[in-house]
Ligand binder design. Sequence first.
Ligand SMILES: Nc1ncnc2c1ncn2[C@@H]1O[C@H](COP(=O)(O)OP(=O)(O)OP(=O)(O)O)[C@@H](O)[C@H]1O
Length: 395
Amino acid sequence: MADISFTPTNSIFERREALLEEWTPEELVGRDEELQQYHAALQPVINNETPSNIFLYGKSGVGKTAATRYLLQALERDAKAVDQLDLYTVEINCDGLNSSYQAAVSLVNELRDPTNQISNTGYPQASVYQFLFDELDRVGGTILIVLDEVDHIEDDSLLYKLPRARSNGDVTDAKLGVIGISNDLDFRNQLSSKVRSSLCEKEVSFSAYNAQELQLVLQQREAVAFKDGVLDDGVVEMCAAYGAKDSGDARQALDLLLEAGDLAREQNADVVTELHVQNARNRLQKDQVIEGIKNYSNHGQLVLYALTVLAERNETPARTRDILAAYEQMAEQEGMSPVSERSVRDYLGELEQLGIISATEYNQGKGGGKYKEHELAQSISSVKTGLSELLDSSP
Ligand SMILES: Nc1ncnc2c1ncn2[C@@H]1O[C@H](COP(=O)(O)OP(=O)(O)OP(=O)(O)O)[C@@H](O)[C@H]1O
């Protein structure tokens, strides 16, 4: 290691950061329909009317946050030219703020001066709401409040109070609009009807990206991120096709293109080829599998470990009862009391859904019933990497 050194290389990327999550494109492509509806829902703001509350929903990575920032920037710019319109926007991400209380504290602090912040504990909920209403009235004018990942707030008191703050007389000087964003498709249906009717006055649904739309997203980044002519023909199309097939998530398609570029650079290649994309995909999938296993419950990991040990002994595909026996033995060794056979079957089903193992069902013919055989769908080494915490802690 003593003579290790780093040498800058830059034959692939012009501005690699344009492929990272934080980079915001100046123009949003491939979202014409969504943008049109969202734009219409924001129209009252520029007319200096009371804003509608807007609810955006759609799967992860389909541009809900990006569209919000893009439209609100344009709205703030154009609002400056309108007489009597004072527009203020505030955005919080509710991930990690599990209650209305914490979300309200976070909003108060966003609206207040950094020298005048309140702490996360120690005030009655009613006082925090009062602070919030006072701040909103102090700012005045039209205020748009963006609650990203709003489904993380577990109780709906804020979602009930905010949209009604003006009609309830809690706020008198400000016109409020709430923009809620969620990728939990059930969240809206689980809201009480009172909250739903006010929070979801206007709704904009974001669909998953198809391959053509992802191509537009990727081409826009290619122009900024890569040196001219570095991407081989078909590279963008391939990333877009995989992205659309996997989940229609722009973030995943961008990650794949970035990983392909990184791989080409590691190999000192001058161009990024379709083969780089394929290898990048394998690498990312492997990472995802490892992450998936790491975050899995202890008993789920033990069930997987039982199957891995059978695979190492060339005893897979293995029937459920054999995996169960191996699992029970391991659980005992670990000093854990084993879960029921039913739960082991559930774990096996989940592991199959996660693409970590695969199963085949057999029918034993008349009266013989059905049984399942399982095997690993990933290499023993990546599964063991995912299980490393469990294995390291074994006695
Ligand atoms: N139409 C687009 N044009 C360019 N970049 C996009 C587009 N849509 C999404 N992106 C990029 O993809 C990433 C994910 O998008 P975004 O955060 O808006 O998704 P989201 O729908 O809000 O999902 P999540 O809830 O997971 O954050 C961001 O880096 C964003 O810049």
